[in-house]
Design a protein around this ligand. Sequence first.
Ligand code: GTP
Ligand code: SPV
Ligand code: MN
Length: 605
Amino acid sequence: MTLFPQGAVTAPAFATPTDSPTHHAALNAWVADCAALTQPDRIYWCDGSEAEHDRLVAQCLADGTLIALNPKTAPGSFLHRSNPNDVARVEHATFICSRSKDDAGPTNNWLEPGEAKTKLRTLFDGCMRGRTLYVIPYIMGPVGSPLSKVGIEVTDSPYVVLSMRIMTRMGKAALDQLGTDGEFAPGLHSTGNLDPENRYICHFPEERTIISFGSGYGGNALLGKKCFALRIASVMARDEGWLAEHMLLLELTAPDGERTYIGGAFPSACGKTNLAMLVSPLENRGWSVRTVGDDIAWMRVGPDGKLWAINPEAGFFGVVPGTSLETNPNALHTIERGTIFTNVAVSDDGTPWWEGKDGAASCPYDYLTDWKGNRRNVLDGGEPFAHPNSRFTASAHQCPSLSPHWEDFGGVPIDALIFGGRRDNTMPLVLEALDWNHGVFIGATMGSKTTAAASGQTGVLRRDPFAMLPFCGYHMGDYFAHWIALGESIPDPPKLFAVNWFRKEDGKFLWPGFGDNVRALIWMHERIRGRGNALETPAGRTPLAGSLHMEGLGISPERVARALQVDKVEWFKEADAIAEHFARFGDKLPPELAEELTKLRARLG
Ligand code: GTP
Ligand code: SPV
Ligand code: MN
């Protein structure tokens, strides 16, 4: 490691093979450029080892970045409290800096690349003085898989380093995969001074480069995740004929051992982690679910003509509130140890706590220290003790429901893709698309209420096509066209479905959700195999009465029927809302989707 001599900005000494662990010239040059600009006191190349982890943790405990939790109730786990102004993704400060504004499209913020770089250069100038610059080589995807891709994140945040070590295959393995001339996606990140006015999450799709300033929060700062694996990767996928999607991946096994692999796109904080880790109430009947991924899927057509998917991540960055033995026992067990908690509450004995943790039971503590560090009486009420977007970061290996196929080199063969949102009405519990283009139409018109995963107002219905509104790195109209085109090029395409676990009646959810969602998955499994009965509705096909597996379901058949209902009045309004949504895309709207709207209106009569 080299300490910079007074203000030297040219030819940093570490850029020689003796100080850098790699002979990759382009990588060494990128790191040298970052260092010359940011002027760190030290440069450290992460190797991903246990010893390195322990050293970083010790340093973070000493400087307060991490708070140790109770070694008995939360062994190997830590609490991180972020700056209260920095608790979620910032969509207004996220930019696609493509050369042409039109390539970013109407749903992305755009900055001209030169202008963005000028702005960023000013912000990054000397921003790492007094800090360490960490170089994080990482792999998205299984080590050695031909579907994996390498990224390099340069950051000044040890919290980011520790998180990336959980979320990706990080360190030496990545440098080995890169060799001396492999391709990588460069990313530069600094927390800066966490000034919300100077927060910029910028993507340069043509250069496959990410530059992020002023935030330490997950999706803004762990550059492998939304920035690379979705925004940059979606552009690579468009150019190369594959898909990078905001999707969970799960494996459903039937009593006869037959397996169905399902991908699911739900907007942020709308149930991907929960569905991926679902505990089947019909396990004793032979229906089980295993987890392949909980947030991102990269999919390509395989030699057999099916779509094959990998989970590019190695861990889970999941929503904490609401996680309990009743709702998501697999997540609860996943985070029993070795977890970084961000912005949860903590009891006096150092046990992490959050709203919903105790399920139906009451909170066992009289006092809790909230996510901002204030110790309060639990009975006093007020703001939530854990931030609504508090998160856990835990390794996939800790998940009891992890599928043995979760890191198969070639991925898993996808039989169904589902689109789900958080909607009070209109969208039934489950809906089968009539064909590929109708399914793309359903994906393109998804509506969902906003959540705490992004800054801004929550609970507002918005169109979030394919759950990719904040994550598509190019023009959303072109993205729709890419999906339409893929339908024609996949010889054995998956079946497409919509789901809605969140439909309400008298302010209450109609459907119990969570484990019971397996009943919708079982119907899909049957439909894929040409079985299971369906009712043709104007919106698509729904389960015919009696064709959903109802054993042990604690609600009446009438209530299920109301959850499944397609209400014509609601769908007339929906068609109008879709027309308004489509108008945003102008002549970039694929004609196939306009035609689907016409067909929907015709079916409505
Ligand atoms: P991101 O990590 O932000 O992408 O979120 P996600 O899509 O993985 O959402 P997650 O599974 O973490 O769920 C978010 C919230 O929705 C949690 O508070 C869950 O308890 C709740 N939730 C998940 N599934 C269901 C369901 O079937 N019914 C109901 N009522 N709530 C659910
Ligand atoms: C989401 O918001 O969809 C998340 C969390 O999965 S983040 O990684 O911050 O994007
Ligand atoms: Mn997500």
